[in-house]
Design a protein around this ligand. Structure first.
Ligand code: ARG
Length: 273
């Protein structure tokens, strides 16, 4: 391939899965009788952190809190663009207390945090592309929150309706490959309503399209730095397609987190200065 993709150094916020478990079911992947292997989860998570650092990214951690088993999914706690933090208000009562802990982390790191009035789950549904915020709704984040996000950031917010309960967060159905000049995304079209699919096709005519199989392996829950794509190793077909587009797949296995309906991106909050 002749493309030379240029990575940009990222700053990530993550939360160790010390108290990770499946204790309630708020998406179709979760079954409360599932036993989670916390040691395996910790090993897999550490591998992700090492991979980020090995590729030059800065990783900071928020302290996990007992009794908040989903707190490992750092992406849901906020969306940060231009050094401004738009916090979260979880749909599920079980997850609501997570927001305060993340807000505290951001405040002690010197940020103001906007506390949303409407239900919204951070980067789970609010994806900064470099130009707009793509904003999912249908299962978690509400339309009211989309309006609030647009007022807060002053960036265009493009609402997209999710229709498949397996892809309940936007970041399970779509990720940004490049948030720079060659602004481009990968997505699984069938996760979206017909109108939303048409919007994505207009905005991103050159997007990489993914299959249901790619999506079911959490291949769309990937993190790209503009060159390297941290991706589930099970998403082989998608990784091969990304390779042919000049990206470098970096496989990291977070299979234990699938029991909670999460993957690489769910575990990763990006702090954009
Ligand atoms: N169990 C969590 C939930 O359903 C998983 C969150 C996954 N995070 C994400 N960014 N998609 O809320």
């Amino acid at each position: 391939m002749t493309h030379s993709r240029v990575p940009r150094r990222r700053r990530f916020l993550v939360c160790e899965p010390r108290h990770f478990a499946v204790q309630y079911a708020i998406n179709p992947w979760m079954h409360p009788d599932t036993r989670v292997d916390v040691d395996l989860a910790q090993d897999q998570w550490q591998t992700l952190i090492r991979a980020y650092r090995a590729h030059g990214h800065a990783v900071e951690t928020v302290e996990p809190v007992p009794g908040l088993p989903d707190m490992v999914f750092a992406a849901n706690s906020a969306v940060v663009v231009g050094g401004r933090v738009f916090g979260s208000l979880f749909h599920a009562p079980e997850r609501r207390p997570e927001s305060t802990h993340y807000d505290t982390w951001f405040r002690s790191a010197g940020y103001d945090v906007h506390r949303p009035e409407a239900v919204c789950e951070g980067e789970g549904d609010l994806v900064w592309t470099g130009r707009y915020v793509l904003a999912g709704t249908g299962f978690r984040t509400t339309r009211e929150a989309h309006r609030e996000v647009q007022e807060f950031f002053g960036h265009p917010v493009i609402g997209l309706t999710l229709v498949d309960p397996y892809f309940y967060h936007l970041d399970t159905a779509l990720f940004v490959l490049d948030d720079g000049d060659e602004n481009n995304i990968v997505y699984y079209p069938e996760a979206f309503s017909a109108g939303s699919r048409a919007v994505l096709a207009r905005l991103y005519p050159d997007a990489v399209l993914a299959t249901r199989e790619d999506a079911m392996t959490f291949g769309l829950n990937s993190v790209s730095d503009g060159r390297h794509v941290f991706i589930a190793p099970q998403a082989e077909a998608l990784a091969a397609r990304l390779d042919s587009h000049g990206y470098v797949p970096v496989p990291v296995d977070l299979s234990e987190f699938r029991k909670a309906g999460g993957g690489i991106k769910c575990c990763t909050q990006e702090i954009r200065s």
